[in-house]
Design a protein around this ligand. Structure first.
Ligand code: FAD
Length: 543
């Protein structure tokens, strides 16, 4: 089929594919630079994983069906540059950030105040509290001088990065720690099984395979991070609305319910997009895809336009085994009141509550179950957003949710979720009610969402992988999404990648979009006084 674009085709400086938050961040920066852009989104609203829906049976109950815990969002450079607070985004950062509630009523706590976290660790193990302090102190400069700046700039190729890091004390510490797997790091440095479990929950279970060497530094980075989990007032969609304003107020257009069918190529360059409805739209300078590599290189581009090596690498882009989430969402007459609150009254004000995690020994079984496609004994975490933000439910009422990591291929078949999800939701509610007995009789409405539902809503989250691609060797840093493509540029002139399959990866960080904005500004010769110092020169100054 011809890729020809007629002279009458609608024309923009650039076209973005998928209105996830990363694409919106990119689009807003380009609008500030004076470019006229169009974003094509298959869904009904922009924002991707920034979704808040109203219960159709019970108006006024708002549920965040995708992301809820937004880590350190208000500290992100794009949050400031795009003036999102002025554009309506409002965030809360509850002081008791995370509470791991044990079956015996004991609670391990993470506070925004480090000293209170250390005191909670001390109740479990004085040695672990010392290790927490030592690693926090050692890694604050690593985070500030290396890991933070590296996440906010296009990545440096691995060999060059290693050579630069080897020159400084902080760099060498980072390299040494990253030799280990998260599991090795935690078991070597911490002794108490609950603390081990809590630390591995954060990075081993949620982000990377806890057995994978090369990722041990994730744990001390976490201990050193001052930015904690935040929540958006009005629901996560509040951030999407502010981003949408930032786009529209700078002249950008977002078209929802408009899926791209093909990326059009002229003279070896990305020249436009044909929509599913058959419209051909010209892109003067670029097409930027916020989708995954399979969608971008295999589905939207004709085979003849993609070299065999790129096709095979895109096809091989892998998804996280342990990333898929199962969600149980409740509309409630009253908030869950935890039995453990009798001993720990401030638990009523915990942003994130973890249940079912009793010790490190559960991890091998959880991983094993994921590999076999079976449901492990429940470990779940969630929140009661309305404790902090009453606007998410009618007066006096509440919403709450729990998430659990469960395999995408249940018994080898993702479709099995449609048969089993309600029963599994009941099991989760039973565990929740054991910890918060007043839930018995407090539930007005409930619904579940499986990894299959996630994939149906957002096909870029293939296999329900909410991080849009595994964090594993060959898919991180300058190798993300795959070697040769880790610079936000495709193989064709004018083709760019801006979604979570790029460095630094998934979750609500906006950084893939922010980093792609730096590359596009440089390539188009646009002024970018907001852009940070490139990572290579920042690393070269260490020593
Ligand atoms: C259940 C769940 C809970 C989560 N919780 C958290 C959390 O608490 N904290 C956190 O930081 N992250 C969380 N995440 C992960 C986070 O939502 C994602 O990593 C993030 O949204 C990815 O952002 P993105 O901009 O790359 O793309 P997305 O947010 O995935 O947006 C991609 C957009 O592209 C659109 N699209 C897909 N295919 C096409 C197509 N063919 N044509 C046009 N448009 C298309 C989609 O409709 C979507 O709007 C969660 C995800 C899930 C599923």
């Amino acid at each position: 089929m011809s890729d020809e674009l007629s002279d009458e085709a609608a024309t923009y400086d650039g076209i973005l594919l998928g209105a996830g938050h990363n694409a919106l961040v990119l689009q807003a920066y380009l609008g500030r630079a004076g470019l006229k852009t169009l974003c094509l989104e298959r869904g009904a609203t922009p924002g991707g994983g920034l979704t808040t829906v109203e219960d159709p049976r019970h108006p006024g109950f708002l549920h965040n069906t995708h992301s809820f815990f937004h880590r350190a969002i208000t500290y992100m450079p794009w949050y400031r540059d795009l003036e999102l607070a002025r554009r309506g985004a409002r965030y809360l950062e509850p002081e008791l950030n995370v509470a791991l509630v044990q079956g015996d009523g004991n609670v391990l706590e993470w506070w925004t105040d480090f000293e209170r976290t250390a005191a909670s660790f001390e109740r479990f193990s004085a040695r672990d509290a010392r290790a927490l302090r030592r690693w926090r102190d050692d890694f604050v400069p690593v985070l500030e001088k290396i890991v933070g700046p590296e996440s906010r700039t296009p990545p440096v190729p691995a060999a060059e990065r290693r050579a630069l890091l080897a020159k400084s004390r902080e760099g060498r510490l980072l390299l040494e720690t990253s030799e280990l797997s998260p599991q090795e790091f935690v078991l070597r440095e911490f002794e108490h099984p609950v603390i081990q479990a809590g630390l591995l929950f954060f990075n081993g279970l949620r982000e990377v395979d806890l057995r994978c060497k090369g990722f041990g530094h994730h744990i001390p980075v976490l201990l050193a991070a001052s930015g904690k989990a935040q929540m958006c007032v009005g629901g996560s969609a509040g951030l999407a609305r502010a981003l949408e304003r930032a786009v529209r107020e700078t002249g950008g257009e977002i078209r929802c319910g408009a899926a791209p069918k093909r990326i059009l190529v002229e003279n070896g360059a990305a020249a436009g997009v044909e929509t599913e409805a058959g419209e051909r739209i010209r892109a003067r300078h670029f097409v930027a895809s916020g989708l995954n590599p399979q969608q971008t290189f295999l589905e939207l581009l004709d085979e003849r336009h993609v070299p065999a090596e790129w096709r095979s690498r895109a096809a091989g882009f892998a998804y996280n085994l342990i990333a898929p989430l199962f969600g149980l969402n409740l509309a409630l007459r009253e908030r869950p009141v935890y039995a453990a609150e009798r001993q720990f009254p401030h638990l009523s004000q915990a942003l994130m509550v973890i249940l079912g995690l009793e010790g490190y020994a559960q991890y091998p079984e959880i991983v094993d179950c994921h590999e076999r496609g079976e449901i492990p004994p429940t470990v779940m975490w969630g929140s009661t957003p309305t404790v902090f933000d009453p606007t998410q439910a009618p007066p006096g009422r509440h919403t709450a949710f729990m998430w659990e990591k469960l395999p995408y291929r249940l018994h080898g078949d993702p479709q099995a979720w449609d048969r089993e999800k309600e029963a599994h939701g009941r099991q989760m509610l039973a565990l929740w009610t054991r910890h918060a007995p007043n839930l018995d009789g407090a539930v007005i409405d409930s619904f579940t969402r499986s990894a299959l539902d996630t994939e149906r809503t957002f096909p870029n989250m293939r296999e329900g992988d909410l991080l849009v691609g595994a964090f594993t060797h060959g898919q991180i840093g300058a190798d993300r999404p795959f070697p040769g493509a880790g610079h936000y540029r495709g193989h064709l002139k004018g083709l760019y990648l801006c979604g979570s399959s790029c460095h630094p990866g998934g979750n609500i960080t906006g950084l893939p979009g922010y980093n792609c904005a730096q590359v596009l500004h440089a390539d188009l010769g646009l002024r970018a006084d907001w852009a940070p110092e490139p990572a290579a020169s920042a690393l070269a100054k260490l020593g």
